[in-house]
Structures are given as structure tokens and as C-alpha cells.
Design a protein around this ligand. Structure first.
Ligand code: CP
Ligand code: NVA
Length: 328
């Protein structure tokens, strides 16, 4: 069983589904009050170079449920990257902790950390990948789609170069799913990544579609997924460039209806810009006259939206990851 999780293809198809089976078991056990802690006495470091609500809370609650302790190091307050190198920090944390979660900017940092820590390292999001998110997303799809995972078609619409789009592209390709990425040409996933996805698809039987044409990508999709238009760490000035490019790709009731299915569900990794109750939402409204950005409030709050179940599944899947790595 693989112990670290650095990118979305690390687990392989079988390992990915095995972990989701364990997550489903753990979810049921918690719900029924029969969870058995197998991480008692373990210590987990949570290192966040960017903010987080779900990922941090999922790691913390999962660890506590399983009897482990956590130490949180936030974007400021440790020496990492300023007074101390990633490699030295990895050696120190590896000597004290049994596992390390890391959220940061470049993927190379989490890889460097894993090379030197000597304990499992879990990628809690980088600019390139969000592997723990993919576990929760596919678990949520499995819960809503009876039958083979391979028969699920999902459409990501938005910035095709972001960590979520890239992760969904490669995850679906690995798992043999029907994955469609709809994005404007200027925000299309890098060609090398699309080629890699197509290579994976040849082995898994997946269908991979990358297109500017949203209606064709939506046709028959069981899930419509989107993400924020400007990610953590990106320049504020990106909003001016992306709003005109991405407005045709926002998820509205018309977009949901365009799948041609009545049972299409809406997914979003969260946080989402869907109304004007947040600073981001108010700014988008003031600057561009939009009520919500990547998704309308109507869709976000509709019965088709399973985003909070998806968010809860971060807990069960991250717990499975730690139990599989350290519970033996
Ligand atoms: N989806 C996700 O990673 O959320 P947080 O940024 O709140 O951890
Ligand atoms: N693309 C978003 C995902 C947040 C979970 C970001 O990186 O900010």
C-alpha cells in the first residue's frame, strides 16, 4: 500500500478504489458509532503555506477520530522557506512526526519534503495538483451514481489550467471515466498534460475530451464541476483577464439543463464565489456586475448541488489515507 500521496496518479486505479472502499467503511462506522481508532499515539504535522478550511479540518478531525494528535504550522510562524530549507525542515518533522500533510505553491516543494522526511507526506494542494480533493470527489460521484465508475461522465467547466481541472483530467483518465474539460483556448490545459491523459486513457479505457465548446462537453454529463476563476496565490489582476474569458463558462441553470439529464449533479471543491455575501463575491459584483462568478447562486443552492456532501467526504477520504498509511 502506498504511503505518501503527492500527485493524483500515485495510487493507481486499484489503489484509488481500495482507498475509497476504506473511506466508505470509515464513513459508515463513524455514522453508526462503531469507529475503532487505529492511530492512537501517532503524531501528524499539518503544514499550510496557504489558507484552508476543509483540508485542515478534515485532517484534524480525522486524526482526532482515530486517536492521533496534530500540530498545525500555518503560512507564517515556522522557519520553513525563510530561515530553514525544505530539506532541513523535512528531516526535523520526519524525526518527530509519523506523517506530514503539506499545502503550498510549487509541486516541487512537496516532492522535496517527501524525499527527505522519511515518513508519509500527503499533498494538501499545490498550484499543480489537489490529490486529496480527488478522493472526495470520486467518492461523492460513486455515492450518486449507481453502477460502474467507468460509466460516469463528468464535465469540468472553467479554467482548464488550474489545479482542480488538471487533477480531474488525470484522475478520470486513470480511472477509465468519461472526462470532459471545457475551457476557453487561452485557459486550456497544457498540451503535454492532455497527451499524458490520453496515454493513461488508452490503458484505462477512459474517454478524454478537451474542448472550447461547452454544450458538447455537457451533453449527457452526470456531473458538472467548476472551480474559482482565480486561485490562491494568483495575482488579483488576473480577474480582469479571466472574467471576460470565463463568463461564458460559468455554471447556470441553463448549463445544468444542457446535459439533457434530470439527475445531473453539481460539484465544486469550495470555497465558491456564488453570491455577494463574501468579499470576493462583492468585488466581482462591483467590478463586473456579476451575481456570483463561476456558479450562480441558483445552481449552488439547488437540490442538484452536492457540494456539502462532497466537502464532508474530505474527512472520510483523508481519514482513509492516514489509516491506510499508518494504521497497520
Ligand atoms: N477544497 C479545499 O481544499 O478547501 P480548503 O481550501 O478549505 O481546504
Ligand atoms: N483552485 C483553487 C482550489 C481551492 C481548493 C485554489 O487553488 O485556490
Amino acid at each position: 500500500m502506498i504511503r505518501s500521496l503527492l500527485t493524483v496518479t500515485d495510487l493507481g486505479r486499484e489503489g484509488f478504489h481500495k482507498l475509497l472502499d476504506l473511506a466508505a467503511e470509515l464513513k459508515e462506522a463513524k455514522r453508526d458509532g462503531r469507529e475503532r481508532p487505529v492511530l492512537t499515539g501517532r503524531n501528524i504535522a499539518l503544514v499550510f503555506g496557504k489558507d484552508s478550511t476543509r483540508t485542515r479540518c478534515a485532517f484534524e478531525v480525522a486524526a482526532y477520530d482515530q486517536g492521533a494528535h496534530v500540530t498545525y504550522l500555518g503560512p507564517s510562524g515556522s522557519h520553513l522557506g525563510r530561515e530553514e530549507s525544505v530539506a532541513d525542515t523535512a528531516r526535523v518533522l520526519g524525526a518527530m512526526f509519523d506523517g506530514i500533510e503539506f499545502r503550498g505553491f510549487g509541486q516541487e516543494t512537496v516532492e522535496e519534503l517527501a524525499r527527505h522526511a522519511g515518513v508519509p507526506v500527503w499533498n494538501g494542494l499545490t498550484d499543480q495538483w489537489h490529490p486529496t480533493q480527488m478522493l472526495a470527489d470520486v467518492l461523492t460521484m460513486r455515492e450518486h451514481h449507481p453502477g460502474a465508475v467507468e460509466s460516469i461522465g463528468y464535465c469540468f467547466t472553467g479554467d482548464g489550467r488550474g489545479n482542480i481541472a488538471r487533477s480531474l483530467l488525470m484522475t478520470g483518465a486513470m480511472l477509465g471515466m468519461d472526462v470532459r474539460i471545457a475551457a476557453p483556448a487561452a485557459l486550456s490545459p497544457p498540451q503535454s498534460l492532455v497527451e499524458e491523459a490520453r496515454r493513461l486513457a488508452r490503458a484505462s479505457g477512459a474517454q478524454v475530451t478537451v474542448t472550447e465548446d461547452l454544450p458538447s462537453a455537457l451533453d449527457g454529463a452526470a456531473f458538472v464541476y467548476t472551480d474559482v476563476w482565480v486561485s490562491m496565490g494568483e495575482a488579483d489582476a488576473e480577474w480582469d483577464r479571466r472574467v471576460p474569458l470565463l463568463t461564458p463558462y460559468r455554471v447556470t441553470a441553463e448549463v445544468m439543463a444542457a446535459t439533457g439529464r434530470r439527475d445531473t449533479r453539481f460539484l465544486h471543491c469550495l470555497p465558491a464565489v456564488h453570491d455577494t455575501t463574501t468579499q470576493a463575491g462583492r468585488r466581482v459584483h462591483e467590478r463586473y456586475g456579476l451575481e456570483g462568478a463561476e456558479v450562480s447562486d441558483e445552481v449552488f443552492t439547488s437540490p442538484a448541488s452536492v457540494v456539502f456532501q462532497q466537502a464532508e467526504n474530505r474527512l472520510h477520504t483523508i481519514k482513509a489515507l492516514m489509516v491506510a498509511a499508518l494504521g497497520g
